[in-house]
Write a protein that binds this ligand. Structure first.
Ligand code: SAH
Length: 253
Protein backbone atom coordinates (compact mmCIF):
# COMPACT_ATOMS: atom_id res chain seq x y z
CA UNK A 1 0.00 0.00 0.00
CA UNK A 2 1.30 3.43 -0.85
CA UNK A 3 0.97 6.24 1.66
CA UNK A 4 -0.31 8.64 -0.96
CA UNK A 5 -3.24 7.39 -2.99
CA UNK A 6 -2.47 7.53 -6.72
CA UNK A 7 -6.10 8.28 -7.48
CA UNK A 8 -7.40 10.90 -7.87
CA UNK A 9 -4.27 12.58 -9.28
CA UNK A 10 -3.17 15.60 -7.29
CA UNK A 11 -3.56 17.67 -10.40
CA UNK A 12 -7.28 16.89 -10.77
CA UNK A 13 -9.36 20.05 -11.07
CA UNK A 14 -11.15 21.01 -7.88
CA UNK A 15 -14.42 22.87 -7.96
CA UNK A 16 -17.00 24.24 -5.58
CA UNK A 17 -20.55 23.38 -6.59
CA UNK A 18 -23.49 25.15 -5.07
CA UNK A 19 -25.62 22.09 -4.40
CA UNK A 20 -25.62 19.29 -1.83
CA UNK A 21 -23.39 16.51 -3.09
CA UNK A 22 -24.10 13.75 -0.58
CA UNK A 23 -27.12 12.55 -2.52
CA UNK A 24 -26.40 14.12 -5.91
CA UNK A 25 -25.43 10.98 -7.84
CA UNK A 26 -24.56 12.79 -11.01
CA UNK A 27 -24.72 16.45 -11.93
CA UNK A 28 -24.62 18.58 -15.01
CA UNK A 29 -22.01 21.31 -15.13
CA UNK A 30 -22.61 24.29 -17.40
CA UNK A 31 -21.42 27.85 -17.90
CA UNK A 32 -18.01 29.02 -16.70
CA UNK A 33 -17.21 25.83 -14.83
CA UNK A 34 -17.97 23.71 -17.90
CA UNK A 35 -15.84 26.00 -20.05
CA UNK A 36 -12.98 25.58 -17.61
CA UNK A 37 -13.23 21.79 -17.50
CA UNK A 38 -13.89 21.26 -21.22
CA UNK A 39 -11.83 23.94 -22.94
CA UNK A 40 -9.15 24.90 -20.43
CA UNK A 41 -8.46 21.60 -18.69
CA UNK A 42 -9.54 19.58 -21.76
CA UNK A 43 -11.03 16.83 -19.67
CA UNK A 44 -12.30 13.78 -21.47
CA UNK A 45 -14.66 11.06 -20.34
CA UNK A 46 -13.32 9.17 -17.36
CA UNK A 47 -11.27 12.10 -16.04
CA UNK A 48 -11.34 12.75 -12.31
CA UNK A 49 -12.66 15.98 -10.77
CA UNK A 50 -12.80 16.85 -7.09
CA UNK A 51 -15.92 18.65 -5.95
CA UNK A 52 -16.91 20.24 -2.65
CA UNK A 53 -20.20 21.71 -1.57
CA UNK A 54 -19.47 23.54 1.70
CA UNK A 55 -22.05 21.23 3.28
CA UNK A 56 -20.87 17.65 3.52
CA UNK A 57 -17.34 17.60 2.15
CA UNK A 58 -15.15 16.84 -0.84
CA UNK A 59 -16.02 14.16 -3.37
CA UNK A 60 -14.34 12.34 -6.21
CA UNK A 61 -16.34 12.56 -9.42
CA UNK A 62 -15.70 11.39 -12.96
CA UNK A 63 -16.65 12.85 -16.28
CA UNK A 64 -19.32 10.53 -17.64
CA UNK A 65 -20.52 12.65 -20.57
CA UNK A 66 -18.96 15.60 -22.30
CA UNK A 67 -20.57 18.07 -24.65
CA UNK A 68 -19.15 21.27 -26.13
CA UNK A 69 -20.60 23.50 -23.44
CA UNK A 70 -21.55 21.16 -20.66
CA UNK A 71 -20.58 17.94 -19.03
CA UNK A 72 -21.94 15.38 -16.66
CA UNK A 73 -20.03 14.38 -13.59
CA UNK A 74 -20.85 11.26 -11.64
CA UNK A 75 -19.90 11.15 -8.00
CA UNK A 76 -17.86 8.14 -6.97
CA UNK A 77 -17.04 8.59 -3.32
CA UNK A 78 -16.49 10.96 -0.44
CA UNK A 79 -12.82 11.94 -0.15
CA UNK A 80 -13.04 14.09 3.00
CA UNK A 81 -15.86 15.31 5.20
CA UNK A 82 -16.30 19.08 5.52
CA UNK A 83 -13.60 20.50 7.75
CA UNK A 84 -14.29 22.04 11.16
CA UNK A 85 -13.91 25.83 10.95
CA UNK A 86 -12.47 27.88 13.83
CA UNK A 87 -15.10 30.23 15.22
CA UNK A 88 -13.63 33.62 14.33
CA UNK A 89 -15.52 36.50 12.74
CA UNK A 90 -13.65 39.10 10.75
CA UNK A 91 -15.55 42.40 10.64
CA UNK A 92 -13.88 44.87 8.32
CA UNK A 93 -14.82 48.20 6.82
CA UNK A 94 -14.86 48.05 3.02
CA UNK A 95 -11.81 49.53 1.33
CA UNK A 96 -10.94 49.98 -2.32
CA UNK A 97 -12.08 47.08 -4.49
CA UNK A 98 -8.80 45.32 -5.23
CA UNK A 99 -7.67 45.59 -1.62
CA UNK A 100 -11.00 44.34 -0.27
CA UNK A 101 -10.89 41.40 -2.68
CA UNK A 102 -7.39 40.64 -1.45
CA UNK A 103 -8.61 40.82 2.14
CA UNK A 104 -11.54 38.49 1.39
CA UNK A 105 -9.24 36.01 -0.32
CA UNK A 106 -6.84 35.93 2.63
CA UNK A 107 -9.71 35.70 5.13
CA UNK A 108 -10.88 32.56 3.32
CA UNK A 109 -7.40 31.06 3.18
CA UNK A 110 -6.89 31.71 6.89
CA UNK A 111 -10.22 30.06 7.66
CA UNK A 112 -12.48 32.68 9.21
CA UNK A 113 -15.98 31.39 9.93
CA UNK A 114 -17.71 34.66 9.07
CA UNK A 115 -16.79 37.77 7.14
CA UNK A 116 -18.77 40.91 7.93
CA UNK A 117 -18.30 44.06 5.81
CA UNK A 118 -18.93 46.96 8.19
CA UNK A 119 -20.07 50.40 7.12
CA UNK A 120 -18.35 53.19 9.03
CA UNK A 121 -18.38 57.01 8.79
CA UNK A 122 -15.05 57.40 7.02
CA UNK A 123 -15.69 54.67 4.48
CA UNK A 124 -14.46 55.67 1.04
CA UNK A 125 -16.41 52.70 -0.25
CA UNK A 126 -20.00 52.27 0.85
CA UNK A 127 -21.09 49.39 -1.35
CA UNK A 128 -19.90 45.85 -1.54
CA UNK A 129 -20.93 43.10 -3.89
CA UNK A 130 -21.38 39.96 -1.80
CA UNK A 131 -21.42 37.82 -4.96
CA UNK A 132 -18.07 39.19 -6.02
CA UNK A 133 -16.61 38.58 -2.55
CA UNK A 134 -18.03 35.08 -2.57
CA UNK A 135 -16.52 34.42 -6.00
CA UNK A 136 -13.12 35.51 -4.72
CA UNK A 137 -13.45 33.28 -1.68
CA UNK A 138 -14.58 30.33 -3.77
CA UNK A 139 -11.51 30.63 -5.99
CA UNK A 140 -9.28 30.73 -2.92
CA UNK A 141 -11.03 27.72 -1.41
CA UNK A 142 -10.77 25.74 -4.65
CA UNK A 143 -7.07 26.42 -4.87
CA UNK A 144 -6.23 25.93 -1.21
CA UNK A 145 -8.04 22.63 -0.70
CA UNK A 146 -10.63 24.10 1.62
CA UNK A 147 -13.85 22.15 2.06
CA UNK A 148 -15.66 25.05 3.75
CA UNK A 149 -16.33 28.67 2.85
CA UNK A 150 -16.73 31.65 5.16
CA UNK A 151 -20.25 32.96 5.61
CA UNK A 152 -20.48 36.44 4.15
CA UNK A 153 -22.80 38.87 5.90
CA UNK A 154 -24.54 41.74 4.14
CA UNK A 155 -22.94 45.16 4.56
CA UNK A 156 -23.72 46.03 8.19
CA UNK A 157 -23.67 49.47 9.80
CA UNK A 158 -21.31 49.69 12.73
CA UNK A 159 -24.12 50.48 15.19
CA UNK A 160 -26.11 47.48 13.94
CA UNK A 161 -23.05 45.28 14.34
CA UNK A 162 -22.70 46.42 17.93
CA UNK A 163 -26.43 46.07 18.66
CA UNK A 164 -26.60 42.51 17.40
CA UNK A 165 -23.22 41.33 18.65
CA UNK A 166 -23.77 38.06 20.57
CA UNK A 167 -23.35 38.25 24.31
CA UNK A 168 -20.21 36.59 25.56
CA UNK A 169 -18.27 36.73 22.27
CA UNK A 170 -15.29 39.06 22.68
CA UNK A 171 -15.02 41.71 19.97
CA UNK A 172 -11.40 42.70 19.63
CA UNK A 173 -11.29 46.28 18.49
CA UNK A 174 -8.15 47.04 16.50
CA UNK A 175 -7.29 50.57 17.57
CA UNK A 176 -4.07 52.00 16.18
CA UNK A 177 -4.19 54.85 18.68
CA UNK A 178 -3.57 52.47 21.56
CA UNK A 179 0.09 51.90 20.89
CA UNK A 180 1.12 55.16 22.43
CA UNK A 181 -0.12 54.46 25.91
CA UNK A 182 -1.31 51.64 28.04
CA UNK A 183 -2.63 49.51 25.19
CA UNK A 184 -3.07 45.79 25.37
CA UNK A 185 -1.67 43.85 22.44
CA UNK A 186 -3.93 41.41 20.59
CA UNK A 187 -2.04 38.31 21.83
CA UNK A 188 -2.35 39.54 25.44
CA UNK A 189 -6.06 40.23 24.98
CA UNK A 190 -6.66 36.81 23.42
CA UNK A 191 -5.00 35.13 26.40
CA UNK A 192 -7.48 36.95 28.66
CA UNK A 193 -10.45 36.20 26.37
CA UNK A 194 -9.90 32.78 24.79
CA UNK A 195 -12.48 30.99 22.65
CA UNK A 196 -14.83 32.10 19.86
CA UNK A 197 -14.35 35.77 19.08
CA UNK A 198 -14.32 38.45 16.42
CA UNK A 199 -12.28 41.46 15.42
CA UNK A 200 -13.32 44.78 13.98
CA UNK A 201 -11.00 46.68 11.65
CA UNK A 202 -11.54 50.24 10.45
CA UNK A 203 -11.31 51.71 6.94
CA UNK A 204 -8.31 53.55 5.43
CA UNK A 205 -9.18 56.69 7.38
CA UNK A 206 -9.74 54.85 10.66
CA UNK A 207 -12.72 55.20 13.02
CA UNK A 208 -14.10 58.58 14.10
CA UNK A 209 -13.91 59.54 17.78
CA UNK A 210 -17.64 58.89 18.13
CA UNK A 211 -17.29 55.42 16.61
CA UNK A 212 -14.31 54.75 18.80
CA UNK A 213 -16.37 55.67 21.87
CA UNK A 214 -19.34 53.59 20.71
CA UNK A 215 -17.19 50.50 20.23
CA UNK A 216 -15.36 50.99 23.53
CA UNK A 217 -18.70 51.40 25.31
CA UNK A 218 -19.88 47.97 24.19
CA UNK A 219 -19.63 45.26 26.85
CA UNK A 220 -18.00 42.77 24.45
CA UNK A 221 -15.39 45.19 23.10
CA UNK A 222 -11.74 44.64 23.93
CA UNK A 223 -9.55 47.42 22.47
CA UNK A 224 -6.28 46.02 21.20
CA UNK A 225 -3.09 47.17 19.57
CA UNK A 226 -1.49 45.39 16.64
CA UNK A 227 1.87 46.90 17.42
CA UNK A 228 3.55 50.30 17.17
CA UNK A 229 3.33 50.55 13.38
CA UNK A 230 0.18 51.72 11.67
CA UNK A 231 -0.92 49.03 9.26
CA UNK A 232 -3.07 49.40 6.21
CA UNK A 233 -6.56 48.11 6.85
CA UNK A 234 -6.09 44.88 4.90
CA UNK A 235 -2.78 44.16 6.62
CA UNK A 236 -4.38 44.77 10.02
CA UNK A 237 -7.24 42.39 9.18
CA UNK A 238 -4.95 39.63 7.98
CA UNK A 239 -2.46 40.04 10.83
CA UNK A 240 -5.21 40.00 13.48
CA UNK A 241 -6.78 36.90 11.96
CA UNK A 242 -3.44 35.10 11.82
CA UNK A 243 -2.64 35.99 15.44
CA UNK A 244 -6.01 34.66 16.61
CA UNK A 245 -5.72 31.50 14.47
CA UNK A 246 -2.26 30.75 15.84
CA UNK A 247 -3.46 30.39 19.42
CA UNK A 248 -7.22 29.80 19.29
CA UNK A 249 -7.65 28.32 15.84
CA UNK A 250 -6.27 25.06 14.52
CA UNK A 251 -2.64 25.76 13.79
CA UNK A 252 -1.47 23.16 16.26
CA UNK A 253 -0.64 20.07 14.18
N1 SAH B 1 -6.02 56.19 11.67
C1 SAH B 1 -5.21 56.01 10.54
C2 SAH B 1 -5.01 54.60 10.06
C3 SAH B 1 -6.17 53.71 9.86
S1 SAH B 1 -5.57 52.10 9.56
C4 SAH B 1 -5.62 56.96 9.47
O1 SAH B 1 -6.39 57.84 9.77
O2 SAH B 1 -5.16 56.87 8.34
C5 SAH B 1 -7.02 51.17 9.28
C6 SAH B 1 -7.47 50.28 10.42
O3 SAH B 1 -6.50 49.27 10.65
C7 SAH B 1 -7.65 50.97 11.75
O4 SAH B 1 -8.92 51.57 11.86
C8 SAH B 1 -7.43 49.85 12.72
O5 SAH B 1 -8.64 49.11 12.92
C9 SAH B 1 -6.43 48.96 12.05
N2 SAH B 1 -5.03 49.18 12.48
C10 SAH B 1 -3.99 49.60 11.71
N3 SAH B 1 -2.85 49.62 12.41
C11 SAH B 1 -3.15 49.19 13.66
C12 SAH B 1 -2.39 49.00 14.85
N4 SAH B 1 -1.08 49.22 14.89
N5 SAH B 1 -3.04 48.56 15.95
C13 SAH B 1 -4.38 48.34 15.93
N6 SAH B 1 -5.14 48.49 14.84
C14 SAH B 1 -4.55 48.91 13.71
Amino acid sequence: MTATPAWPPRSSPRLFVDQPLATAGSLRIEGGQAHYLVNVMRLTEGAAVKLFDDISGEYLARVTARGKRDLTLTIECLLRPREAVPDFWLCAAPIKKARFDFLAEKACELGVARFVPVLTDRAVVDKVKPDRLRGTMIEAAEQCERTALPEISALTKLDALLKTWPEGRPLFFADERLHEGSGVSLPQAIALHPGPAGVVIGPEGGFTDAENAAICGHPAAVPVSLGPRILRAETAAIAATAVWMASQGDWVA
